[in-house]
Structure formats: structure tokens, C-alpha cells
Design a protein around this ligand. Structure first.
Ligand code: SF4
Length: 443
């Protein structure tokens, strides 16, 4: 959404949910009377609620300074020039929040000082202040996350889908932790690798992670952990598992990783002993040519070995799949489905989900479109200035309407997850004519 106007229009309307958010905001402001209110916006879907909180705070507590940060801000608002956002909030901070917030709090208190990656409005213009001599804290030197003040009993267990992995995401309450800042691989060409949260790899130590787990468990009374790394580093996962086993900790955990050949049968069994219940990872397009173009650094055969190792160790395996990558042909999409069918048939996967490829401005494809044979469409700047910038429309010479294939792909996967239709010809899931799979299955 490059223009802020649709969001401002939406804020003028109110639903029951908007009223609830306002009421809860008023209660919290009355109770805490904060000088500064911090809003974390991890995803686009959280933005409207955050703006409603900000709008309410502006009305009932005009002296409170409002700061916004989080994944959505870091990804989409870096090029912001539309100053109207600062009618609702005072500051945006980008990337890791600890040091920017520390300096911003001093700046607010003293009325001056140095800032790090902090955006605000001065005389109607949006400005970014960032002193290059200020630096983030090394990840391993950060404290354990604290959930103090959150009433754990008020978390609602939700069951919004039959997909068992998505249920794990939303059902119940998990302590969220990270093993490393950034991704150890940081090469995949569709991924936002130029952003700090992916591109700057800075891991914790195994003992540091397990110390923090013990501390968080003590505080929350919850022994389940969700590691929210983009791709957990394999050697650290192994060392952490050894440390958990050594200390005799009784924990359950799951997280996202890359299906790296490092995960042998022995490593998978060790992870299981240490409490790992599930892993999620990207197979993306199960085609050798496209996997090379994506620079995933894996082959179909290796993926099959790794997923089998996890499944045989008793660990649930969820795969992210992608379709519509630039230059991907219909044949490659059908071949990819044939690979996925075989993975399910051999019981190497428990669950999976198809994502339609989206070209983002921070990815290698967005930065070097010629290399991927695509042309980026110009992004129009609204007259009030640019709001968000992330996904960019594009054209490619041999355009394939992958949206047409999406229905069949999802239908096949839905059935595979129920153990149905695994013997059927993959072409039968489509309403349109598609080619016979040509891929040779070697696993
Ligand atoms: S897609 Fe995953 S493995 Fe690849 S660079 Fe991004 S975070 Fe790393």
C-alpha cells in the first residue's frame, strides 16, 4: 500500500473491535499513565489496530509520546515520505529496537541527544536521524526476553484451521525466543536478505540460549518454546540440544530452519531427545533448476533425506512451498507438485503450504531484476508522499498465469495432508489442462 489515504479512511469508520481496542487502550493509559507508549507492529495485519491505539492515546493522553517499530515498520516503511503518519505517532524506529529506544528515551527526557535509526517529522518534513557512531548490542549480550506484566492465563487457544502446523502456531501459548540474529545462509533470491533482520547474522551461544530458556521458564511457568528465527543455525541447534540433554531440562520446542544436510539422522534424534516436536522449512519450488535460481543451496534429494531424518526421529515436518517464481514454467510447477506428492506418499512430510511468489524491493530479485529476466513496474508516488513500499508489480517476457494453477495446487495439498489422493495423477487436481509430470523421482 503506497498511499496512507485508504488507512486514514478506514480509521474514520468504527467496528465493535475498534471500540474494544479503544476501551482497552483507555484503561491501560489510565492505569499506567505512561510518558512514552511503544507499539510493535510485526505484520501488516497489526497496523490498523496499532493506529487505533495511537489515535486513542492522542485523544486521551496528548502528552504521551508514541513510538512505533517492529517487522512491518522495518520492512515496509523505510522509504516513508508521507508525514501524515506523524499526526498519529511521534517516532518510528527501524531494525533492532534496543539501542534506538534507549537513545530515544534519553532524547525525549532531555529534549536533545543522539539518535539511532529514528524517523520523525520536523517542520512538516519527514527526517531520519542516525548517528553512525552508535551501534547495536551483540545478540549474545542481550538479556533473556521478559514477559513480565502479561497475564499468561488470558491467552486464548485458537483452532482456526485443520492444518496441524497452523494450529501449532495459534493454539496455546509458547515462549518466543531467537537463537540468532539474522540468517546464517542469507542467500535466497526471493528473501529480504538486504534487511538487517535477515542479512546480519549474529548468533547466541548454546549455553546462553539454554540459560535464557531456564530464566524465561521461571518467569512464565511455561516450558514450551517457539524459536522464531528465520532459519535457525544448524550447529547451534545441535549444541543447544546437547546442552538441554546435559542439564536434563524438560522442555518442548519447535522452530523454523533450512533443510540443511547438517541435519543427519543422529542430529535429528538428538533434537528429539532435547524436546523438539516440530520443524518448519522452505522447499520453495521443488525443481532443481529453480532451486538453483533461488540459491537455496539444497537439492530435492537432500531435502528428502533431511525431512526423512526428522520424520523418522518423530518430529513433525512442515514445508513452505512456492509457485510463480520468475521464469518458472507450468511444467516445473507440475513437476514440483509431483515431488511434493512423493514426499507425502513416503511420509517424509506432515504438512505444507503453497505461497504465491511476491517480488519485494529488498530481495535479490528486486535489486537485480535483469538477472531474473523481469521488469519492475514503476511505483507511483502519491501526491501526499510515499507510505509503504515492499511488494512491487513486475512483468516477464514469457508470462505464465500461475494464479490459474493455484487452485489445483491447494486442492492437491489439502488432500495430501489428509492422506488422500496420494496415488492419483497430479493432473487430476486441476480444472485446466496441464502437462504430464516429467521429473524423475530419485529418493
Ligand atoms: S529464505 Fe530462509 S534460508 Fe533463505 S535467506 Fe531467507 S531466511 Fe535464510
Amino acid at each position: 500500500m503506497t498511499s496512507f489515504t485508504p488507512l486514514l479512511d478506514r480509521l474514520k469508520k468504527r467496528t465493535l473491535l475498534d471500540d474494544w481496542i479503544s476501551e482497552l487502550t483507555k484503561e491501560a493509559l489510565k492505569k499506567f499513565q505512561p510518558d512514552v507508549l511503544g507499539l510493535s507492529v510485526p505484520f501488516p495485519g497489526n497496523l490498523l489496530g496499532a493506529l487505533r491505539i495511537a489515535e486513542t492515546a492522542r485523544q486521551v493522553s496528548p502528552g504521551t509520546k508514541i513510538v512505533m517499530g517492529g517487522g512491518y515498520v522495518n520492512t515496509e516503511l523505510r522509504n516513508l515520505t508521507d508525514g501524515r503518519l506523524f499526526d498519529l505517532i511521534d517516532y518510528l524506529t527501524f531494525d533492532d529496537g534496543e539501542v534506538p529506544l534507549e537513545h530515544l528515551l534519553a532524547y525525549i527526557q532531555n529534549g536533545n541527544g543522539e539518535l539511532l535509526r529514528t524517523m520523525f517529522r520536523v517542520d512538516g518534513k519527514v527526517v531520519l536521524h542516525s548517528n553512525p557512531s552508535l551501534h547495536d548490542v551483540r545478540f549474545k549480550n542481550l538479556d533473556a526476553p521478559s514477559y513480565q506484566g502479561l497475564d499468561m492465563k488470558r491467552y486464548v487457544s485458537m483452532m482456526e484451521t485443520i492444518n496441524p502446523m497452523q494450529r501449532l502456531w495459534s493454539d496455546g501459548r509458547w515462549n518466543k525466543m531467537i537463537l540468532a540474529h539474522g540468517c546464517y545462509w542469507k542467500k535466497c533470491t526471493f528473501c529480504d536478505v538486504s534487511l538487517d533482520y535477515i542479512g546480519r547474522f549474529d548468533p547466541d551461544s548454546a549455553t546462553g540460549v539454554v540459560d535464557k530458556m531456564e530464566q524465561v521458564m521461571k518467569e512464565t511457568g511455561v516450558s514450551g518454546f517457539h524459536f522464531v528465527d528465520e532459519a535457525a543455525p544448524p550447529a547451534l541447534l545441535k549444541a543447544m540440544s546437547e546442552e538441554i540433554v546435559k542439564r536434563g531440562l524438560k522442555v518442548q520446542w519447535w522452530g523454523n530452519l533450512r533443510f540443511d544436510p547438517f541435519f543427519t539422522k543422529e542430529v535429528a534424534e538428538l533434537m528429539k531427545r532435547a524436546g523438539c516436536i516440530a520443524v518448519t522449512g522452505g522447499i520453495e519450488v521443488a525443481s532443481e533448476r529453480v532451486l538453483k535460481l533461488i540459491d537455496k543451496g539444497i537439492s530435492i534429494e537432500k531435502v528428502a533425506q533431511v525431512t526423512r531424518n526428522f520424520k523418522e526421529a518423530g518430529i513433525f515436518v512442515h514445508a513452505y512451498l512456492m509457485y510463480g517464481f520468475p521464469t518458472q514454467t507450468v511444467q516445473e510447477t507440475i513437476d514440483s507438485l509431483e515431488v511434493v506428492r512423493n514426499l507425502f506418499q513416503k511420509n517424509y512430510l506432515s504438512s505444507a503450504y503453497w505461497h504465491r511468489f511476491a517480488l519485494t524491493v529488498h530481495s535479490p530479485v528486486g535489486k537485480n531484476p535483469d538477472k531474473f529476466n523481469v521488469k519492475l513496474a514503476p511505483v507511483p508516488t502519491p501526491k501526499e508522499g510515499l507510505f509503504a513500499l515492499n511488494e512491487i508489480p513486475y512483468t516477464e517476457p514469457n508470462f505464465v498465469d500461475h494464479d490459474e494453477l493455484g487452485v489445483g495446487l491447494r486442492r492437491a495439498l489439502y488432500n495430501y495432508m489428509l492422506g488422500l489422493g496420494l496415488e492419483m495423477d497430479v493432473r487430476d487436481w486441476f480444472d485446466i489442462k496441464v502437462p504430464r509430470p516429467k521429473v524423475e523421482i530419485s529418493f
